[in-house]
Design a protein around this ligand. Structure first.
Ligand code: SF4
Ligand code: ZN
Length: 739
């Protein structure tokens, strides 16, 4: 290994640790050693320190001990003539850098008025905002995005430090990374510029939604990429805090990340690169810096330099050993999940389709193979170029599919894919489904040659790619004439109604077979969802018909039929075969689970629950909090902390992960009295479910139950909730004690 790079990295680490030591001492002088310090909304403290050392930093006074550890890790700076044949000392300097940076960034949060970052939990960066820096991701974002790293919808991330030589190159590289499904984490400046600023100048949308994430302008902000990865290893990889071997190994094997260094590589950058190598993340530089080629920690090379910009993404992917299967879609714009979260405002918009001021819907219908012609795309009515700029048109997207194995039951599942399939095209915004469809097409996509036929093209190409097992032919007709759209809408509405009544009328008692979902075992190995007609999967994405269809599409997949067998306990929701299935599929970890109980062996929770129900002993009641509500709750924990407690594929009596819609199901904790136990919901969720809750209230003979359920506007502690319940006469107070 080159001694030049060793010296630079070690020299850099010395500078960083010295600077951080001073900052810690100054902060203690100013605020006192007892001053609390934390990243916002996380259960992982300062994650790199917590993950690798198992130490919780909770106040300033906890920091000096870590600074001492950094110093102990620092090797002497090699002298001019010293030869360092091993990577060891450089790696130690790298770890010291990561710990020191973790502290340096956390210090930025001490005084909220001086914090340079946007509010915690920000995912979307307003293009008008002058501040684009996101800082540390909170646990909500980490879970939501981390799952994508686990299920493969994002293979990893590129941590970019510095700036490209010009804006056009920055845009090109960002797009290339987005098209490869990678997240792009940006920090540090080169000549006063960071790549995120270059992208912003070119009107590229930044934020978690587009996977282009500006962490901060200091190089220390690059630590948030490593912090994210460290938390992912604990949350999804089962690494225990302090088990640094597992933390590092998980990242090396599971998170395909690498560093792209754009511009002059300073000693500090070297030191940070050395830190990244510990995680198995190599650095690829555009400048001429000494390389570290032999393999050791990283899968292949460690530092590769002097790579031209048009080859740097390909090179990074090769060096990191990443295999990406890009499925091509024949359209003139970029296509991939990174574009799914893109927004299009009025100024950027060429055409609006459907939405509240017009009519728009999409529909999938199955046909006989002989009735349709594959890849036939027809436009009935005006196309984009025949409509005025900024104009509005009604739209109907009518998709006909056929396949030897296609069944009518698959129609709604296929129809539900249109949203993300169309949204993944750059310059296409798709909101809603069925007849609340609302779309926008951007000027940029129009200029690139995008026309209505390309919407059909996307659907045709993707349906073949993703559902080739059941779809042999797909034909798309797009209507933009109001009369025709309205006429077809009536036809579609009848079919939707039939579909709804099919599942709505179905009770658990009516079927002999339930379905499993084990999709989340990739990160929560003992987790099994048992999905019944009245109990959808806790992620809210799978109901019983989805599972049934999915089983038929992929018979060896994660959704298997479970003939329920003998009843063991009908009140708690236990059957002989579901018990056995759970026991065997949880790797003999979970003996049995009750579908309808929160107290006795509730269902396991993975991590993607839409909401969590929690028992409140003092109130003899239950609260539910969903992912979108980040404030305090009566159980004393916010959603993010609760999620850390409940998730991971375990059973936690008193807590259970659920889908939002399950709250209004007759089977929602029916062993404990169902909706009558419900005492608290976040306001937004309560309003979202208003109609269904009121309907359930009638069924349980407490017609004013809706008003007896508190929200954060009434209280956020258990004591206050108890008072509230007494005041309104909540039925749970009169019910049998649960403890
Ligand atoms: Fe499947 Fe359950 Fe995971 Fe949803 S939460 S994907 S239903 S295992
Ligand atoms: Zn899950």
């Amino acid at each position: 290994m080159s001694k030049i790079i060793a010296s630079a990295a070690i020299r850099g680490a010395h500078e960083i640790v010295k600077r951080v030591e001073k900052k810690v001492n100054d902060a203690i002088k100013q605020y006192g050693a007892d001053k609390a310090v934390a990243y916002p909304n996380t259960a992982y403290f300062l994650p790199i320190i917590y993950g690798n050392l198992g130490i919780k930093i909770e106040k300033l006074g906890d920091m000096p001990a870590i600074v001492e550890r950094c110093k102990a890790l620092l090797p002497d700076v090699p002298t001019e003539n010293m030869w360092l044949p091993y990577l060891g000392p450089t790696l130690d300097a790298g770890m010291a850098t990561l710990f020191a940076y973790d502290i340096e960034e956390a210090l930025k949060y001490i005084d909220p008025d001086k914090c340079p970052y946007l509010p915690a939990g920000t995912e979307y960066i307003d293009p008008e905002s002058s501040n684009i820096w996101l800082g540390a991701a909170d646990d909500v974002i980490m879970r939501k995005r981390g799952v994508e790293f686990v299920d493969g919808s994002a293979p990893g991330f590129a941590a970019i430090v510095g700036a490209a030589p010009d804006n056009a190159t920055a845009v090109k590289i960002a797009k290339e990374l987005q098209e490869k499904y990678l997240y792009v984490f940006m920090a540090a400046d080169h000549n006063g510029k960071n790549m995120a600023e270059q992208l912003k100048e070119e009107g590229v949308q930044l934020g978690w939604d587009t996977r282009l994430v500006p962490f901060g302008k200091d190089v220390s902000a690059a630590i948030h990429a490593v912090g994210f990865a460290t938390r992912a290893s604990m949350s999804f990889g089962g690494a225990k805090p302090g088990d640094y071997k597992k933390v590092l190994r998980y990242n090396k094997n599971r998170i395909f990340a690498f560093v792209l260094a754009f511009g002059k590589v300073t000693d500090e950058w070297y030191a940070a690169a050395a830190g990244a190598i510990n995680y198995g993340f190599p650095t690829i530089a555009d400048s001429d810096i000494p390389e570290i080629l032999p393999t050791g920690i990283c899968t292949y090379e460690h530092v590769v330099s002097n790579i031209p910009h048009d080859r740097i993404v390909a090179k990074a992917i090769e060096v990191r050993g990443l295999k990406i299967v890009i499925k091509k879609v024949d359209v003139p714009v970029s296509y991939g999940p990174a574009f799914e979260g893109e927004r299009i405002n009025k100024e950027q918009m060429r055409l609006e389709l459907g939405g509240p001021k017009s009519v728009g819907f999409e529909f999938c219908e199955s046909k006989d193979l002989s009735e349709i012609e594959d890849n036939k795309i027809t436009i009935v009515g005006k196309d984009i170029d025949e409509l005025p700029e900024g104009g509005l048109t009604p739209i109907s997207i009518w998709v006909e599919v056929a396949g030897r194995k296609f069944q009518k039951e698959f129609e709604p599942i296929i129809e539900r894919q249109f949203h993300h399939l169309l949204n993944e095209a750059e310059g296409v915004l798709h909101i809603g489904q069925r007849d609340i469809l609302w779309m926008r097409l951007s000027k940029k996509s129009f200029d690139a040659g995008f026309r209505l036929k390309h919407l059909g093209q996307i659907l045709h190409d993707k349906l073949h790619q993703d559902f080739g097992a059941i779809i042999d032919k797909a034909q798309v007709t797009i209507y933009t004439e109001m009369d025709k759209v309205k006429e077809l809408l009536e036809k579609a509405k009848k079919v939707w109604h039939e579909r709804d009544t099919r599942l709505a009328g179905m009770r658990d008692e009516d079927v002999d077979t339930y379905y499993s979902c084990t999709l989340c075992q990739s990160f929560a190995p003992s987790h099994v969802c048992v999905i019944t007609p009245e109990r959808p999967g806790l992620c809210g994405a799978y109901n019983m018909l989805d599972c049934k269809a999915s089983f038929e599409i992929n018979p060896t997949g994660p959704n298997q039929p479970i003939p329920k067998g003998e009843v063991i306990d009908i009140v708690k929701g236990r059957w002989k075969n579901t018990d056995e299935f759970i026991y065997s599929k949880s790797g003999q970890t979970i003996e049995y689970a009750s579908a309808y109980s929160i107290m006795d062996a509730p269902m396991t929770s993975c991590g993607c629950f839409e909401a969590i129900a929690a028992f409140l002993p003092q109130c003899n009641a239950v609260m539910v909090v969903d992912r979108d509500y980040t404030g305090d709750t009566p159980c004393g924990m916010r959603f993010s902390t609760l999620a850390g407690t409940v998730g991971g594929g375990l059973q936690t009596p008193g807590f259970v992960g659920i889908s939002k819609l399950f709250i209004a199901s007759k089977k929602f904790i029916s062993a404990e009295g169902s909706i009558l136990r419900l005492a608290w919901l976040p306001k937004a969720l309560k309003e979202f479910l208003a109609e269904q809750i009121k309907k359930r209230a009638q069924e349980v003979n407490v017609p004013d139950l809706y008003d007896k359920i508190a929200t954060e506007e009434n209280c956020t502690t258990e004591e206050e909730l108890y008072e509230f319940m007494q005041k309104v006469g909540h039925p749970a107070l009169e019910m049998e004690p649960l403890m």
